[in-house]
Design a binder for this molecule. Structure first.
Ligand code: SF4
Length: 376
């Protein structure tokens, strides 16, 4: 990837764990250990923020150029393609190093600090379009095999990839425009058929839910005065019906980073405005607000609330020492966990690995959910 861009990201706190892959400690991971609050995904789905690895496998590339994006964009070749298995180990190592400072911090929650040495969850988002990483399927397969939960966030521009990869725990498709015209001006896709690609991805979201393949989320990023207008509610509702997601997150655009050069502060909706717009939108597609987090200006909507929205972390992700390889066991010497034999680390490069891609050893089980069903 472009070396100047890499340096810029490093200055912003990114820790590179490969040629084009990087981790950055999430603000909420740190604040959770410091006892200062968790992220909205903790509130909505039971994610343990202090045990979450925030990372990207495509820091170098995005196939859209959204006006609301707060990051400086870059499009450079991947270069040497990162090994997906090594990435998991490198991410764990980077996370442990990044959080080590909390060990001597008297204000840190000691229990959480100890637990943070055993991450449970990978948030594959951060920067760039992660579905562009050519070995994403193998990477998810490796996470599944080791028992980590994962949230994959995509702009839906590569439906052909979504159709093939093993299921992450939760698949997000980010949507920010209600029609093709606004999509072209707000999201500026690289492809002429960008809108049609997004529609294909929404159809896949619907299919994955129907098949019980993964937990599906549609996230609306709403820009006040531009896309968050009453006249677009009907079109947004049609997209929601098309994707029929288990979860619908309606979130305000935030006036931060480079987006401040393209949008105004007034484009950021208050939490109350998000709530009001979402409730009206929900009336048109049979979703209702089931949770919210004011600080992040986000509401969670579902057709019907269900306790199943909370991940059963202990059950699906047993805290087993095999999560950690030798280096991290040594670094976590003050935990009471005993190491199991190290996991094999060549899954994807072999014919066996290819088989595993199609049939991950670890797969979340979800009940079959008919289209339009009111329960998870
Ligand atoms: S789920 Fe997202 S916001 Fe929450 S701790 Fe992980 S990276 Fe941060």
């Amino acid at each position: 990837m472009d070396s100047a861009y890499r340096k810029l990201l490093e200055k912003q706190g990114y820790k590179f764990i490969g040629e084009h892959s990087a981790c950055k400690t999430c603000h909420y991971t740190a604040s959770s250990i410091a006892g200062k609050g968790t992220c909205y995904k903790h509130k909505f789905y039971g994610i343990e923020s202090h045990r979450c690895v925030q990372m990207t496998v495509a820091a170098n590339f995005c196939n859209m150029d959204c006006v609301f994006c707060w990051r400086k964009r870059n499009n450079s070749p991947f270069g040497k393609i990162d090994d997906p298995v090594a990435l998991v180990d490198n991410a764990l190592r980077a996370q442990m190093k990044a959080l080590s400072g909390f060990g001597g911090n008297p204000a840190a929650d000691r229990q959480k600090f100890i637990e943070s040495k055993q991450p449970l969850h990978f948030a594959i988002s951060l920067n760039g379009e992660n579905t562009a990483y050519p070995r994403l399927g193998e990477f998810i397969s490796e996470l599944n095999r080791r028992g980590y939960t994962s949230f994959l966030v995509t702009n839906g521009q590569l439906p052909e990839v979504l159709a093939k990869i093993p299921p992450p725990t939760q698949l997000y498709i980010s949507v920010s425009a209600p029609n093709e015209e606004l999509f072209s001006s707000v999201d500026k896709p690289m492809y002429k058929d960008g809108w049609q690609r997004l529609m294909k991805s929404l159809d896949l979201l619907n299919r994955f839910r129907e098949e019980g393949k993964t937990r599906t989320v549609m996230r609306l990023t709403l820009i006040k005065g531009l896309t968050m207008l009453p006249q677009y509610a009907e079109q947004f509702a049609a997209m929601i019906k098309r994707a029929n997601p288990m979860f619908l997150e309606c979130k305000s655009y935030m006036w931060v980073g480079t987006s401040r050069e393209k949008l105004e502060k007034d484009n950021m909706a208050s939490h109350g405005e998000i709530r009001e717009f979402s409730a009206a939108l929900g009336m048109k597609c049979s979703y209702k607000v089931v949770d919210e987090q004011e600080e992040s200006r986000v509401v969670l909507m579902m057709q019907e609330d269900s306790p199943d929205r909370f991940l059963k972390i202990g059950e699906i992700n047993p805290i087993r020492p095999g999560h950690l390889d030798a280096f991290s066991i040594a670094a976590a010497a003050d935990t009471v966990i005993q190491p199991l034999p190290a996991v094999a680390s060549t899954v994807a490069a072999t014919a066996e690995g290819q088989k595993e891609l199609e049939q991950p050893l670890f797969q979340l089980k979800f009940p079959k959910i008919p289209v339009g069903a009111k329960h998870l």
